[in-house]
Design a protein around this ligand. Structure first.
Ligand code: GDP
Ligand code: MG
Length: 439
């Protein structure tokens, strides 16, 4: 999603004037980007309608930087779509506050139960009791007990011979006796939603009378996550969603649609496997992340500050026509070095982690001096047509630059990679659909 939007953003950002047809074009891109990210169709439609109305309105057209303004509107509406400000966890007036964790198998229920307990204690100074009510998955009880040990927190279990309903009932009794203010019930999941699972969860809900029912959803599952959320909402009723695995390479579509389709707020985000990797869900930050704006903004600012505008234009033309030579490479190295440490810059590029060729491009500053020396040892002809550099030419270049043939080889390879990468990036800034993907 980010890649798509960034192409469009790059296109519109610099515009001094935005016409209605500009907005239309941008909305078409945003629409495709969202659909590609697996956002629900109806959600996308409503979203585009809302943004378009605002974007062609006075507020945008009359501003000094309409391009920026459109992006701001997109971001605000994305935030709104994910539920505005983050919601707080409920506290029961008659303790213990009971929280039931539900969801499909592998979504992260057990892990998140541990994380939530940790957060409740650390941040809110609470004293939770963990309840092992998944009697079906082998070792599920053990898993929660291990987490309890790591956290130094009690885990209530009656083994796997007693029904989850019974377990929940007795756990709450015990929590009252031992003055636990929270009870977190880790329930069983299935690979798919089925009747038996739902019936059992309904029974547990009946006896536990939970204050919160949190659906734990794997953020990587996209549109599926929305369907799962909808079923749980319909059959069980949910008070919140916890999105896990947001530390992975998810497309963000789930986060966008879940709230809009089910009306259930996303309350927490799982950001890793460790027990402290649970954060309150911030729609605003998620919107920024989806747009990839923070980093892109910084990068653009840096670039504007130090790259000679005329040169940049010339360079872009060369990249586009692929007449980019080693001379340009040298020139560009100089420009780029003015901007700051290379690895920092590269990490800021949108989608940088997805570019295969990038791994072969050295970002070691010392090596850059070598690179410069090698290029300076090339003849005019070689710089323009590196394909003529044969074995004996390589030897000569290596000697002239005080480097080795291996280093010359590496640079030639890097140059090829870089050309490929530039082609990708140029496509992206041109907003082409296939931008940023290697064939
Ligand atoms: P359950 O079947 O729903 O109880 O799922 P588990 O809690 O057993 O988690 C399944 C797997 O997902 C485990 O390997 C967890 O470590 C992993 N996991 C859970 N939450 C996260 C998260 O936020 N990020 C990452 N990277 N992994 C997670
Ligand atoms: Mg589990």
């Amino acid at each position: 999603l980010a890649d798509r939007l960034q192409g469009t953003i790059a296109k519109i950002r610099g515009k001094g004037k935005v016409t209605e047809s500009d907005v239309k074009e941008m909305m078409r891109e945003v629409r495709l980007a969202l659909l590609e990210a697996d956002v629900n169709f109806k959600v996308v439609k409503d979203f585009i309608k809302k943004v378009s109305e605002r974007a062609v309105g006075q507020e945008v057209m009359k501003s000094l930087t309409p391009g920026q303004q459109v992006i701001k509107v997109v971001k605000e509406e994305l935030t709104e779509l994910m539920g505005g400000e983050q919601s707080q966890i409920v506290v029961s007036t008659r303790p213990p506050t009971v929280i039931m964790m539900v969801g499909l198998q592998g979504a992260g229920k057990t892990t998140t139960t541990g994380k939530l307990a940790n957060l409740l204690r650390k941040k809110y100074n609470r004293n939770p009791l963990l309840v092992a009510a998944d009697i079906y998955r082998p070792a599920a009880i053990k898993q929660l007990e291990t987490l309890g040990k790591q956290l130094n927190m009690p885990v209530f279990s009656l083994g796997d011979e007693v029904s989850p309903v019974e377990i929940a009932e007795q756990a709450i009794e015990q929590a009252k006796k031992e003055h636990h203010d929270y009870v977190l019930i880790d329930t069983a999941g299935r690979l798919h939603i089925d009747e038996h699972l739902m019936d059992e969860l309904k029974q547990v809900k009946e006896v536990a009378n939970p204050d919160e029912i949190f659906l734990v959803v794997d953020a990587m599952t996209g549109q599926d996550a929305v369907n799962v959320a909808q079923s749980f909402q319909d059959q069980l009723g949910l008070t919140g969603v916890i999105l896990t695995k947001l530390d992975g390479d998810t497309r963000g579509g789930a986060a966008l649609s879940i709230r809009a389709v089910t009306g259930t707020p996303i309350k927490f985000a799982g950001m890793g496997e460790k027990l402290d990797a649970l954060e309150p869900f911030h729609p605003e930050r998620m919107a920024s992340r989806i747009l990839g704006m923070g980093d892109v903004l910084t990068l653009i600012e840096k670039a504007q500050a130090s790259v000679d505008q005329e040169k940049a234009k010339e360079l872009e033309e060369k990249m586009r026509t692929m007449s980019f030579t080693f001379d340009d490479f040298l020139e560009q190295l100089g420009q780029v070095r003015k901007m700051g440490p290379l690895d920092e810059l590269i990490s800021m590029l949108p989608g940088a982690n997805k570019i295969k060729g990038l791994k072969n491009i050295q970002v070691d500053e010392k090596q850059i001096s070598h690179v410069e020396a090698i290029i300076r040892s090339m003849t005019k002809e070689e710089k323009r047509h590196p394909e003529i550099i044969n074995a004996s030419r390589k030897k000569r270049i290596a000697k002239g630059s005080g480097t080795s043939v291996q280093e010359v080889n590496r640079l030639l390879k890097q140059f090829e990679d870089m050309k490929k990468m530039m082609k990708q990036m140029t496509n992206m800034t041109k907003g082409k659909r296939k931008g940023f993907k290697f064939p």
